[in-house]
Write a protein that binds this ligand. Structure first.
Ligand code: ZN
Ligand code: ZN
Length: 350
């Protein structure tokens, strides 16, 4: 959802959202939150047409259109909630070589012979019932937790059942409750879209203006930034980096690279200087963050500037020096004599 109150034929009214007017975007994310495909809601029955697709209602059509960009028969598994689920859509996905799991509304299960809510209530928390329908292509599982929930899946059923700990209010103790496999997997894999939404709402560019398409354009930039951060976090795990940068720091270092990489310190047209320079390190003990690697190694305009006071070298950490790089804004040894040290060179070369 991109909030927007001005005029546009794409604007929607969403009564359940904190900001009720705006553009509605449908997205397909993976479990980590990375967005793979999206489209803009353009009113009922528009913008989500797929060749050879049978009508599956709004939610179903959205799923099929967003899955069009997935390679067929690669074993992809799609997860979505009850807004999107219906038998028609699930069958069509299956015929396109995609598996599906989701919650489903009771009025969409076509009187499948699942046990009634009353029966499950009598059996108590953790009880469940499974049936297969549509030539055994679709499995339905109903599970009683605090309420009953019904799941639809093309490849998951209740088995193997696992245990989860829940709090029993009436007895005031923790109890172990049976949980069907389909619920466990669904809970693990869902939530990518919500995570992306949450991360996108954190450090957005505030824009003002009447041109509606700019709101969508800037939202795609925000998504690109968050997507890049998800990839960066994945790489950190692979490379054993223990403390990945939080999104805020990552975003500012990307901005810094765009502003400084391959640019001389003085060539600044049309932008305030304060945006481009690191804040001056005036206070004692103030730590100037190191420049991003891309800027440090760009070989443009890194010149030594002499300072009045000596400071510890950023590169070797042992020596004291008066020389600072004017672009990186860090102290670096540049010491002649019997034991010469040129941290200035090494810092900017690898
Ligand atoms: Zn040094
Ligand atoms: Zn430098």
């Amino acid at each position: 959802m991109v909030p927007f109150k001005g005029r546009s034929f794409l604007r929607q009214y969403l009564p359940n959202k904190p900001k009720k007017w705006g553009f509605k975007l449908w997205g397909r994310c993976d479990a980590s939150g990375f967005l793979h495909d999206f489209n803009v809601y353009q009113g009922k029955g528009t913008g989500i047409d797929v060749k050879g697709m049978k009508d599956c209602g709004l939610g179903g059509n959205v799923v099929i259109s967003l899955c069009e960009s997935l390679d067929r028969d690669c074993g992809y598994k799609v997860f979505a909630d009850n807004f999107f689920s219906n038998f028609n859509m699930v069958k069509q996905l299956k015929s396109r070589g995609l598996e599906y799991t989701g919650t489903i509304n009771k009025n969409r299960i076509h009187n499948a012979p699942l046990k009634s809510d009353n029966e499950l209530n009598k059996k108590g928390r953790g009880s469940h019932s499974t049936v297969s329908v549509k030539d055994n292509d679709i499995a339905l599982t109903k599970w009683k937790e605090t309420k009953t929930v019904t799941m639809v899946s093309t490849y998951l059923t209740a088995e193997p059942v696992s245990k989860v700990t829940r709090y029993d209010k009436s007895r005031k103790v923790h109890v172990e409750v049976d949980r069907p496999n389909v619920v466990e997997v669904y809970n693990k894999k869902m939530g990518g879209v919500d995570l992306l939404d949450m991360m996108c709402s954190l450090y957005k560019r505030q824009i003002k203006g009447k041109r509606w398409y700019m709101y969508i354009f800037y939202h795609t930039l925000t998504i690109a930034m968050v997507n890049a951060w998800f990839l960066y976090k994945r790489d950190c795990v692979i490379n054993g980096v223990r403390k990945p940068m939080p999104l805020k720091l990552f975003q500012s270092s990307v901005a810094e690279v765009f502003l400084k990489k391959d640019r001389p310190v003085s060539a600044r047209v049309g932008r305030p200087l304060s945006m481009l320079q690191s804040p001056p390190a005036t206070k004692k003990g103030h730590y100037t963050p190191a420049p991003p690697t891309e800027v440090r190694l760009d070989k443009v305009d890194h010149f030594p500037v002499a300072h009045q006071k000596r400071n510890r070298c950023r590169h070797c950490g042992n020596g004291y020096t008066q020389w600072k790089c004017r672009k990186c804004d860090v102290f670096l040894c540049l010491t002649p004599g019997a034991q010469p040290r040129n941290c200035f060179l090494t810092y900017h070369s690898n």
